[in-house]
Write a protein that binds this ligand. Structure first.
Ligand code: ATP
Ligand code: MG
Length: 576
């Protein structure tokens, strides 16, 4: 491909709304363009990356026994009514009507469609297990579409559904998918970790998320260095707190003018922040709720969601809290009326604490949980964090950040029962299929790969998913010698099966080097004056930044060998 012909416009400036490296770089390097909030156009470079990801996904799904199908993304409301999800899916579902006023949605996921299909077609246990998958668009009207294609409203997903006769079959399918997922992310050249996860609204008991490790990731992972335990912090069990003996001091108000945050109050009173209780006020579908946490703990929103039986919730505004007589920043559980109080058990284990006094500019010290206030419920709602003991072996947990690129679930019979999808077992009895579902965000994986591999200058694509492998740059295209050598090298590389771009533009070398770094070609071969004088080509490895030279006459062979070695290293690292 000639750079002058490649449909790519690199940008010097990016919209301020692009907050994450992958969003900024995909825009700047000319991979994507925004069409509307959370809706993107994928340009040729991005399409190539996505095709490579899809290819590896397809190969591993097929190898694990999957068969590819293509399900409609326009789905009738009836099947969603039958499963009971039409009403509960909520605002995230895009809904529409046809000319006959019949209701439809744009598929956010495909359990309903596939379960109905298989329920109508598959009659006997002899036809099981059945693993069907597809790669296509999903539609979710996310509350906050953000980070570009990381959380968009239209995105590409691979979703596979497994149908088994019993739990043992499901376990086998689940393990096969777990292994396939591990191979996929390894083959894509990404550092990742599989973690225990919350099953959320999709249902089922067991689930794992595949996280691409990246400091900029949205998810917090806790993992143990001593054993294999790793979990999404939302799912991890926070360790039980050691109960302290209740103190016998009496509560006493202290003046804390303008001090609203835990660190401020702790510093002002000269106590560690662990001595404080913070009172968070939420408006929920089930009325207002106050949540009590230790000063150093953070709310686990997923667990609060479970406590509220899935009802929506959001932080109360200053005005809403004030209307209930609660001054935010100075709220405390003692004497709090007319609001459901949920306390984390770690709070109840404290012998004595400092809380807000429910009076602006005052805190209360000497508050004894259980004596000075009694919560309506004691439920674990704090996030596990680094230093907490591992729930399996007790060693301290470490924290890491990641991007969730895949999620696998054991669904059991949730959907097959709701949709009456049954097969005949060996005794002639009708039984519901035992199901699993397994998703990979294809477009999100592209973004995650960048979050893990970038620098100031641009993207450092892992070789297996780079849009092209090599760029050849003649320093000066108007120099006939340089141009001929560069062009010949480009043709021979292409001949040798190396995916190559020739930067044939009449631009300053600085501009061409910048674009090459920005787009992220794994190898850059430069043909300049030295190449002519010494018969050498300058090589730059984008990932390591190393610069070296090859004899021009050997360049094709050495280039192929270099790429082979890179691939072999990746495979070895992945244990493949
Ligand atoms: P999240 O918690 O990030 O919203 P989810 O639990 O809703 O994800 P699943 O329903 O399990 O996601 O979907 C499977 C995969 O699809 C996810 O692991 C992710 O890679 C991808 N995905 C989900 N939502 C989006 C989105 N809005 N934009 C891009 N990819 C997404
Ligand atoms: Mg989601």
């Amino acid at each position: 491909m000639l750079m002058s012909k490649l449909y790519v416009r690199t940008l010097r400036e990016v919209p301020a709304e692009a907050e994450t490296p992958s969003h900024r770089l995909l825009l700047r390097a000319g991979f994507i363009r925004k069409t509307a909030a959370g809706i993107y156009t994928y340009l040729p470079l991005a399409r190539r990356v996505l095709a490579k990801i899809e290819r590896v996904v397809r190969e591993e799904m097929d190898a694990a026994g999957g068969q590819e199908v293509l399900l409609p993304l326009l789905q009738p409301a009836e099947i969603w009514r039958a499963s009971g999800r039409w009403d509960v899916y909520g605002e995230e579902m895009f809904r529409l009507r046809d000319r006959h006023d019949r209701e439809f949605c744009l598929g956010p996921t495909h359990e309903e469609i596939i379960t109905t299909l298989v329920g109508n077609e598959v009659r006997s246990y002899r036809e099981l297990p059945l693993l069907l998958y597809q790669i296509q668009n999903k539609y979710r009207d996310e509350i906050r579409p953000r980070f570009g294609v990381m959380r968009s409203r239209e995105f590409i997903m691979k979703d596979l559904y497994s149908f088994d006769r019993d739990e043992e079959g499901l376990e086998r399918s689940y393990q096969a998918m777990f292994r396939a997922y591990s191979r996929i992310f390894a083959r894509l050249g990404l550092a990742f970790r599989a973690v225990e996860a919350d099953s959320g609204a999709i249902g089922g008991e067991v689930s794992h998320e595949f996280m691409v490790l990246a400091g900029t990731g949205e998810a917090t992972i806790v993992h143990c260095r001593a054993c294999a335990y790793a979990a999404n912090a939302e799912k991890a069990e926070a360790a039980p707190a050691v109960p302290e003996a209740p103190s016998n001091v009496r509560p006493e108000e202290v003046h804390t003018p303008g001090l609203r945050s835990v660190p401020e109050v702790a510093a002002f009173l000269g106590v560690p922040p662990t001595r404080l209780i913070k009172t968070l006020v939420y408006i929920t579908a089930r009325g207002p709720v106050a949540v009590l946490l230790r000063g150093t703990d953070n709310l686990n929103e997923v667990k609060l969601g479970h406590v509220l039986d899935g009802a929506w919730f959001r932080p109360a505004t200053e005005e809403e809290a004030a209307a209930m007589g609660i001054p935010l920043g100075f709220a405390g559980p003692a004497g709090l009326q007319g609001i459901r109080i949920i306390a984390d058990p770690a709070v109840m284990a404290m012998g004595e604490a400092i809380t807000g006094a429910n009076r602006p500019d005052y805190h209360l010290r000497g508050v004894v949980p259980g004596r000075d206030f009694r919560p309506d419920e004691i439920r674990t709602v704090r996030l596990a964090q680094s230093g907490d003991p591992c729930p399996r072996c007790g060693a301290p947990l470490a924290e890491q950040r990641g991007v969730e690129v895949g999620h696998i679930f054991k669904l059991g019979t949730k959907y097959s029962q709701a949709l009456n999808a049954t097969f005949q077992d060996e005794n002639g009895l009708q039984r519901p299929f035992v199901m699993g579902c397994y998703g990979i965000g294809i477009t999100r994986t592209m973004a995650a790969a960048i979050e893990q591999n970038y620098d100031e200058e641009g993207i450092k694509w892992p070789l297996p998913i780079a849009p092209y492998e090599v760029i050849v740059i003649p320093v000066n295209v108007n120099d006939a010698g340089q141009w001929e050598k560069a062009h010949a090298l480009y043709l021979s590389l292409r001949e040798a099966g190396v995916e190559t771009v020739l930067d044939d533009r009449d631009e300053r070398p600085g501009v061409k080097f910048k674009d090459a770094d920005l787009i992220g070609f794994p190898l850059r071969l430069t043909v300049g004056p030295r190449s002519l004088a010494e018969g050498r080509v300058e090589v730059k490895d984008r990932a390591t930044g190393e610069v070296f030279a090859w004899p021009l006459t050997e360049a094709v062979r050495l280039c192929r060998h270099y790429l082979e070695t890179m691939r072999a290293k990746l495979q070895e690292r992945a244990g493949l």
